[in-house]
Ligand binder design. Structure first.
Ligand code: SAM
Length: 330
């Protein structure tokens, strides 16, 4: 049975936060000053595996992304991939992960063997000092090396998530373009979003449109249609293999295309990144109270009916409480 909401959107993409802890303190996500309410109880590997199977089998989900916090900060993450690997032998779905790339040492080969399909790496600066200033750690060399190694290990279609913030890293836009030209890797510029505890600086926001204008002064950007469900607007740069994408949740939201559901690391179902209290089902509780898969599926179907058409505008988003991307799973 497909999971369709009242706006006729089929949901088939699950983003699962497998840890609400992170070893980095990115200033726009998990700043040192943030007072996160870290969850006391988290889904076990068996519970995560049961939930992914339920979404794939009962609701025909075709894509699962592990995120966080930092997925590789989870202690038993390789065992989790082992469990998901068994499911990959049984069902067809894409398994992807979003990571800061700092904790993958010695794990890439194993992850490839276990059927991980794709990586999105977060990388906001190509300068050591700025990278350290943004993340709180001097890990740039390690991340760049890990991205190269992932490709050597056979991981394809790697994407690089980059948040450009005015007066922080906006002098690096062309460095990222050159990086994409050099490596053919897809740079995805994500608009800077407000979350509670991220000390949002409205003046730091740069819209995709402004980025496109800036880039177009030096490069010939050409839009191309990749996949109609793609939330990113994709461009190539003429006469190069670069691929540059723009994700505009603030200036040009793509809610009409929304096909995603999220599960937090403590097992709450989230209908939207920006609806912290909207019909939050506690899947962890349902599992531990002995609900069957059918009963859990029924609760999920009912909850989906409450999903709004779109998230609020930025002024309202800035006011939202209890909306940490790190717990929600970015
Ligand atoms: N730790 C992993 C990582 O660094 O990729 C996964 C979690 S992180 C929350 C997932 C993505 O969310 C990252 O690509 C990050 O850039 C993005 N993100 C976090 N806070 C954001 C914000 N305020 N605005 C835009 N993107 C944000």
């Amino acid at each position: 049975m497909k999971l369709i909401d009242k706006y006729n959107r089929t949901h088939n993409y699950l983003r699962l936060s497998v840890s609400d802890k992170c070893n980095l303190h990115c200033l726009y996500c998990n700043p040192v000053s943030s007072e996160l309410n870290l969850s006391k109880d988290s889904l076990t590997n068996q519970e995560i595996i049961r939930l992914t199977r339920l979404f794939i089998k009962q609701f025909e989900f075709s894509k699962i992304r592990l995120t966080g916090g930092e997925p590789f900060a989870r202690k038993n993450i390789i065992e989790l991939f082992e469990g998901l690997s068994v499911q990959k032998n049984e069902y067809q779905f894409e398994l992807a992960v979003t990571t800061n790339g700092t904790l993958l040492n010695g794990k890439l080969k194993k992850l490839k063997e276990l059927g991980l399909d794709r990586f999105n790496f977060s990388l906001d600066s190509l300068k050591h000092q700025i990278y350290s200033q943004i993340t709180g750690k001097n890990e740039l060399s390690k991340v760049l090396q890990t991205i190269d190694e992932a490709e050597s290990e056979g991981f394809q279609n790697t994407k690089i998530n980059t948040v450009i913030i005015r007066r922080v890293n906006d002098d690096e836009i062309s460095d990222f373009i050159e990086y994409s030209i050099r490596t053919s890797r897809n740079i995805r510029f994500i608009e800077y979003m407000p979350f509670s505890n991220n000390g949002y600086d409205k003046d730091g926001f740069i819209s995709s449109k402004e980025l496109i204008n800036t880039i177009s002064q030096s490069y010939k950007l050409l839009p191309f249609e990749s996949n109609s469900m793609n939330v990113a607007k994709d461009y190539c740069i003429i006469d190069t293999k670069a691929k540059i994408s723009f994700i505009s949740p603030i200036s040009d939201h793509f809610c009409e295309l929304c096909n995603r559901l999220r599960i937090t690391s403590d097992g709450k179902l989230k209908l939207c990144l920006f609806s912290p209290h909207k019909t939050e089902i506690d899947l962890l509780k349902l599992i531990r109270d002995g609900y069957t898969d059918e009963q859990i599926a029924d609760s999920i179907s009912k909850a989906l009916l409450e999903k709004d058409y779109a998230h609020p505008e930025i002024e309202e988003l800035i006011q939202l409480k209890n909306n940490n991307i790190i717990s929600l799973g970015g």
